[in-house]
Design a protein around this ligand. Structure first.
Ligand code: NAD
Length: 328
């Protein structure tokens, strides 16, 4: 028994990662698509054998309520559109997967959580890394205090994005590196400490103002955690980087990469190696989330987890605007 998933938005991530992963999943399958581009509908229909009745446009999407083939709607649109489509999916009575960053604001995230709650559907955020045993390995170190308390975290995530008119360079569509790669740098710090930050100070910058006019190219931010642990985080559309270092009272842990699609690996000061094989993060993520829906159990990364990040992201932008440290 497999749950039917409809992908909303057939851009890079749906095309290159999610649709292929849905060929590997055992608890869910690609049952439908929602697209604004008729040519894409034709291509996908043939390639993935999708029946005509399971193909929707953004306009007639709400009719999905009457389609028993679709159990889950997976929103893979630019961040500014996540709220609208999550709410519409929830109102249609469908469970929802939503890509990261959950939405541009805390208010959006809260509205999305409320809509799913009142329509009695589950909401999972596409935090594929939290389904990766390599990431779970360093989360466990913090939880078990293997090397004592966390003292310092250094966390970085970035790649070079030379596009000029993509939504990632557009403020209104929810662009900016902080929501995009920044949530990985932030999650590195949150997951490595197992704590929620209580304050942040941040600085935004760009080396290419001709491209990064509306949104930041680079964000550097420092977080304070309740235990006294501190994190220095950086994220950029101008630099290729992906690493995490955690210094504890009695040892250290390093990961590089720490938020890739595959190959996340690391080592610890006692010689322990982190290098679990994983075939497809996205397939594991969707199967585990589908299973949680089937069994009505807790999701690994529910809407509340997406909101925790956006709360920090909002504080980061406030800090940039004021030049001061902001309490969270
Ligand atoms: P993309 O630009 O390649 O695709 C976006 C899709 O949305 C396109 O099909 C586009 O046609 C459609 N769209 C509809 N209305 C639009 C509008 N007004 N402006 C722009 N596009 C519009 O982007 P993507 O890289 O596929 O990202 C989509 C979502 O997936 C984002 O939330 C992104 O952060 C997320 N993502 C997550 C991961 C991950 O590892 N979890 C990786 C990549 C992207």
């Amino acid at each position: 028994e497999k749950l039917g998933v409809a992908l909303v938005g057939l851009g890079y991530y749906s095309t290159d990662l999610l649709a292929p992963a849905l060929q590997l999943t055992e608890k869910c399958y690609l049952a439908g698509i929602v697209t604004g581009t008729p040519a894409k509908a034709e291509t996908w229909k043939t390639k993935y054998n999708i029946p005509e009745k399971n193909i929707y446009t953004y306009e007639n999407f709400d009719k999905i309520a009457d389609n028993p083939d679709i159990d889950i709607v997976y929103v893979v649109l630019p961040p500014s559109m996540h709220r609208e489509f999550v709410v519409r999916a929830a109102k249609a009575g469908k469970h929802v997967f939503c890509e990261k960053p959950m939405a541009p604001s805390v208010a959006d995230c809260e509205a999305m959580i409320a809509a799913c709650k009142s329509n009695k559907v589950k909401l999972a955020i596409g935090y594929r890394c939290q389904h990766d045993p390599n990431i779970q390995a360093y989360m466990k170190v913090a939880k078990e205090q293997k090397f004592g308390k966390v003292k310092m975290v250094t966390s970085a995530a970035g790649y070079v994005d030379n596009r000029t008119t993509h939504w990632k360079q557009n403020k209104k569509l929810g662009g900016g590196v902080m929501g995009d790669m920044g949530v990985y740098a932030l999650q590195g710090a949150r997951l490595a400490t197992g704590e929620e930050p209580i304050s942040v100070i941040a600085q935004a910058s760009t080396t290419r103002p001709e491209i990064y006019k509306e949104v930041e190219e680079t964000m550097m931010f420092m977080l304070d955690f309740p235990s006294g642990a501190r994190a220095a985080c950086q994220t950029s559309f101008g630099t290729n980087m992906n690493h995490l270092q955690v210094n504890y009272e009695k040892g250290w842990l390093k990961m590089e990469p720490h938020s890739g699609y595959n190959g996340n690996k690391g080592s610890m000061s006692d010689g322990t190696v982190i290098n679990f094989p994983i075939k497809s993060q996205q397939a594991k993520q969707m199967d585990e989330d589908a299973l949680a829906i089937m069994n009505n159990t807790d999701l690994i990364a529910p809407g509340e987890e997406g909101l925790r990040d956006i709360r920090v992201v909002e504080a980061i932008y406030k800090s940039v605007a004021s030049g001061k440290s902001v309490k969270i």
